[in-house]
Write a protein that binds this ligand. Structure first.
Ligand SMILES: Nc1ncnc2c1ncn2[C@@H]1O[C@H](COP(=O)(O)OP(=O)(O)OP(=O)(O)O)[C@@H](O)[C@H]1O
Length: 339
């Protein structure tokens, strides 16, 4: 019999994913001499606590080696925490991995869960058997994913012949055939071209709006977060260092976006109080402005005063935002900054 603490009854709408002081320590052996080995401990996750309500889409970001994948692996039950308490839909993932598997979907951008040599549709048939998906649900979900992810012409193609973007859409469909309530996405847009990225983002937005699927998204692409998540959590060295809105993160990190301006001809560096001129290369100029403000006034000013051919905005990358966040010092934070 399950206790109130372990059973589904214990979770409410306010806390679909719950972590309290979760830790993961790896023992690593390193060769230090001919016959000598040194044992060392790596604290990949170092006392993380957060809650994600049902239906929320949250960004989970941080530099390489910060502990993101380790957290996701603990949330799926692949890894057992070394300490702390973790629940997903009231279930302890490492104790009831199979029961949890029915309720979660996982997409790792750098690896596929599809069978490499089989046509896409055969992978889906295998998943249908693995998850024991009822016929009507399978048919409805296949139809929906095929249409929205544009998979129609790909179903008969072996996975090895798909492009990265096609394979990613195939993987997302595979993670959703059993109607998971929560989806973990680890770098779902990595290596994709602009069109494929926007297709994937649009699909995720619709999924969340229509089905209320809870999404935890790990990415190095700030545009993913900007377009999909109201809330972002930043992890660094295994600790949660920020939990709040993306705009707040920009303020903490004082990060900048860059407006790339193509002029009709070479001109002296553009000077304006709204931006900092960072580079001039022939008729192209780069203007940096605070990421927390709109580009519209700057664009309007340039359009009225300069012969413009084209404009584009470049987002700061996550590493740059986090680096600035640390450079800002301990008192640079907002209420949302942690630690
Ligand atoms: N199985 C393991 N054995 C030993 N150390 C590990 C293991 N898995 C991860 N680590 C270490 O734990 C730390 C966190 O790794 P993790 O893969 O969670 O980071 P990440 O934030 O996902 O990084 P990335 O963005 O590069 O994928 C790193 O120092 C990594 O080397």
């Amino acid at each position: 019999m399950s206790t109130a603490d372990d059973g589904d009854a214990a979770w409410g709408a306010a806390d679909f994913i719950e972590l309290d002081g979760v830790e993961k320590v790896f023992d690593v052996r390193r060769k230090t001499g001919f016959l000598r080995r040194e044992k060392r401990q790596v604290r990949a996750v170092d006392g993380i606590s957060f809650r994600v309500p049902r239906g929320e889409m949250v960004g989970y970001i941080g530099p390489n080696g910060a502990g993101k994948s380790t957290t996701i692996k603990m949330l799926t039950g692949i890894l057992t925490p070394s300490g702390g308490r973790l629940r997903v839909a009231g279930i302890d993932p490492s104790k009831e991995r199979t029961r949890l598997a029915q309720r979660i979907g996982v997409v790792f951008g750098q690896r596929t869960t599809l069978w490499w040599d089989l046509p896409l549709k055969d992978s889906y048939r295998l998943m249908r058997r693995m998850y024991r998906i009822p016929d009507d649900r399978y048919a409805a979900n296949m139809a929906r994913c095929t249409e929205l992810l544009d998979l129609g012409e790909l179903l008969d193609v072996p996975v090895r012949q798909l492009s990265l973007g096609q394979r990613m859409r195939g993987d997302i469909a595979a993670a959703l055939l059993h109607d998971p309530e929560v989806l973990y996405l680890d770098e779902p847009t990595i290596g994709l071209d602009v069109v494929s990225k926007s297709k994937v983002r649009e699909f995720l937005r619709d999924l969340n709006a229509e089905r209320g699927t809870t999404v935890l998204l790990t990415t190095h692409d700030l545009t993913d977060i900007e377009q999909l998540c109201k809330r972002v959590m930043v992890i660094d060295h295994g600790r949660l260092v920020y939990d709040g809105a993306l705009a707040g993160l920009h303020e903490v990190g004082e990060s900048e976006r860059t407006l790339v301006v193509d002029l009709e001809r070479e001109l002296p560096p553009i000077r304006t109080p709204l931006a900092r001129n960072v580079k001039v290369e022939g008729p192209r100029q780069w203007l940096a402005f605070p990421a927390s403000v709109s580009a519209a006034p700057l664009v309007a000013e340039l359009a009225s005063a300069y012969p413009l051919l084209d404009l584009s905005v470049r987002e700061p990358d996550i590493e740059a935002v986090i680096a600035k966040m640390y450079a800002g010092g301990a008192d640079a934070g907002t209420g949302a900054r942690i630690g």
